[in-house]
Design a protein around this ligand. Structure first.
Ligand SMILES: *[C@@H]1O[C@H](CO)[C@@H](O)[C@H](O)[C@H]1NC(C)=O
Ligand SMILES: *[C@@H]1O[C@H](CO)[C@@H](O)[C@H](O)[C@H]1NC(C)=O
Ligand SMILES: *[C@@H]1O[C@H](CO)[C@@H](O)[C@H](O)[C@H]1NC(C)=O
Ligand SMILES: *[C@@H]1O[C@H](CO)[C@@H](O)[C@H](O)[C@H]1NC(C)=O
Length: 405
């Protein structure tokens, strides 16, 4: 619309506004030399509508007796002295407007799919059988068009409060604001007028917020993303490969943690001893000494948090197999001795097999091996084979039987 037209319009309005008390009644216009006056009364002077919605502009009119109304229609931004265009003939409006009048001289304009460019003064015009007796109800109804817009911080820190405001550029009539988070209506939060109040922000409040007004849910605002800064959470450690860890293999611990800003600092502890830094902690060629409780500590600008401990249990075949003889000291023919085998191993050794040097088959099994009424023939090297799921190892002991003679 041209600026001059708007300015002219504004001038017309101003002059009319100065006229006596100004309720909802606006009189006259081109009453002509007849002095005949009609009146046009609108129910509202100003309408604030949501873009895309349908609005009604309603009112009533009168006309001097003796005249016959031949035509009524709506126009926008009339300029004095210029015959205005019937909106239903305007290509911008023809498909979106509907005019209604009834016996009681009530009239109504229905405008659908309201657009920003519809921000005009809408006026009802009456044509009578008398050439000079035509009226336009000025200034008319001012249409304002708004979209909903969420005004809120982009980012808040956990624990703070945050207010999200559903903004409009004009005042909607009795709007009931509805808020959505990630497309779902929010029912549990405090909604006051056009504000959504988040009292104590938590990381769960991160999301995409939009607002709408009741009755026009389909005309919601565009979404606004709210990010929440928070210290690390849900710190967890995973072990790869999973399952049994056997000595000599390689193991990698990986730390995962949620946090905003994302966690970039990870520290590793074995028990209370710091052992490394970084998202992963690798132990190539793992030893039994590496068994223990490991924790990961993750840290960002807002704090730090430790994972619960993960247990690393390094399995290994028997080692340090030793055999003891009881009683100790000289072994005399006819006495009894017991050989006891001990070893380290994980899982602990439960299977011990006894061999005598030179023999191919075992002479016994079990943790200890007893020889009763020992003879010189028993003299020799004895083997204790300690075995678990991961291997076997021999321990040896020399048994020397002393002859009585
Ligand atoms: C205006 O009139 C239309 C039809 O005549 C009606 O449906 C609507 O409710 C009215 N609106 C107002 C605000 O009076
Ligand atoms: C114990 O070791 C012997 C010899 O290697 C083997 O034959 C036997 O199956 C093992 N027993 C168990 C229970 O592992
Ligand atoms: C011990 O062995 C010897 C020689 O084999 C035998 O003569 C003796 O009777 C045995 N003693 C016992 C208590 O078995
Ligand atoms: C232990 O010694 C016995 C007897 O010499 C032998 O048969 C066995 O294979 C040995 N075991 C290991 C693990 O070396």
């Amino acid at each position: 619309m041209s600026l001059t037209k708007n300015l002219l319009q504004a001038a017309v309005m101003r002059s009319l506004r100065m006229a006596p008390p100004l309720p909802l009644v606006f009189l006259l216009m081109t009453a002509g030399a007849f002095g005949a006056e009609g009146s046009v009364k609108y129910n509202q002077q100003e309408i604030c509508a949501l873009k895309g919605s349908t609005v009604f502009m309603n009112g009533t009119f009168t006309h001097p007796e003796g005249l016959t109304v031949t035509k009524t229609f709506w126009v926008i931004d009339p300029i004095p002295g210029v015959e205005p265009t019937d909106l239903s003939k305007d290509p911008d409006y023809s498909s979106r407007v509907g005019f209604l009048t009834d016996e009681q001289k009530r009239f109504s304009l229905k405008l659908s799919d309201v657009m920003k460019k519809d921000e005009h003064w809408f006026c009802f015009r009456i044509i009578t059988n008398e050439e000079k007796a035509r009226w336009t109800g000025v200034p008319g109804v001012q249409l304002r068009v708004t979209e909903l817009h969420v005004e809120a911080p982009e980012e808040v820190t956990e624990g703070q409060t945050a207010d999200l405001t559903c903004k409009t550029t004009c005042s909607l009539t009795d709007p009931k604001f509805i808020w959505y988070k990630n497309g779902r209506p929010l029912t549990t939060k405090t909604i006051k007028n056009n504000q959504l109040h988040l009292q104590t922000v938590s990381s769960e409040d991160t999301g995409s917020y939009s607002c709408a007004v009741g009755g026009s849910q389909h005309l919601s605002s565009t979404a606004h993303s709210l990010r929440v800064r928070y210290p690390p959470k849900r710190v967890s450690v995973s072990i790869s490969p999973s399952g049994e860890i056997v000595e000599g293999s390689s193991v990698t611990l990986t730390c995962r943690s949620d946090g905003n800003p994302p966690v970039k600092i990870f520290s590793w502890f074995k028990g209370s001893t710091s052992v490394g830094e970084g998202k992963t902690y690798s132990i190539p060629n793992i030893r039994s000494e590496d068994s223990g409780e490991y924790t990961c500590q993750s840290q960002n600008d807002h704090g730090e948090r430790r994972s619960t401990a993960v247990q690393i249990n390094v399995l290994y075949p028997p080692k340090r197999v030793s055999v003891s003889i009881s009683p100790s000291g000289e072994i005399v023919e006819g006495s009894s001795v017991t050989l006891t085998c001990s070893s380290d191993g994980n899982p602990p050794v439960k299977n011990y097999t006894w061999y005598k040097e030179g023999g191919t088959s075992p002479v016994g099994s079990g943790h200890s091996y007893s020889i009763i009424n020992i003879t010189a023939d028993h003299t020799g090297l004895y083997y204790c084979e300690a075995q678990n799921d991961h291997g076997a190892l021999n321990g040896t002991v020399m048994v020397t039987v002393k002859s009585r003679w």
